[in-house]
Design a protein around this ligand. Sequence first.
Ligand SMILES: [Zn+2]
Length: 235
Amino acid sequence: MTEILYMPDIESNYIREWDAEIIKQKDDYVVLDKTAFYAEGGGQPTDTGWLEWSGGKARVHMVTKKGIIKHHIEGQLPEGKVHAILDWDRRYGHMRMHTAQHIVSGIVYDEFQARTVGNQLYHDKARVDFHPVKFTEDDLRLIEEKSNAVIARNIDVTVSNVLRPDLEACVNEERCNLDLIPKSVQDLRVIEVPGFDICPCAGTHVRSTSELGQVKIIKKDNKGKQRVRITYVLE
Ligand SMILES: [Zn+2]
């Protein structure tokens, strides 16, 4: 089992270098005893980076999680102890886009009662699908305005573990998509923007909304009946 370093609290989301040990190597991948590499999933892309060891350095170009967390390597596989380094600009972009997505999704639910039904983050932009809804240009400006008003409160973001019944008691399950998480999952990692949003999520986030800048919606696409995709950047 690999210890996931960014899980326990918000500060751990900022770990960008650490020492680790290879516990398995096969084909083109290695498994580490501990990692801060985010494995692709939930609309957040894979982290990339490097593993360094005495006498070598290897590129981590993709990280996947299917039972075990595999760090896919280009070239020679390392052995033994390594020093791991994330491509920080890319990862930090994902953190900013992800926290912003929680805020935008919360605002859209509050204003239009439309759910988030898909999302894809990149380091420099993100897109989110909502249903059922149609947005006018004025609606898009309203989403920006309301999202930016939350961001401007410079709220400290927190990470915690909450038991499902406790979370069910204090959130709207549709608003945070809790009803989509299998009932068998009872222990949930929760991202909170206190006073605005509580959402179960395994992604990486920034420690304060002050790190986000301003949401600017740059595109709207109709993706079928009552389903709308909006794309935003952070300025
Ligand atoms: Zn999330």
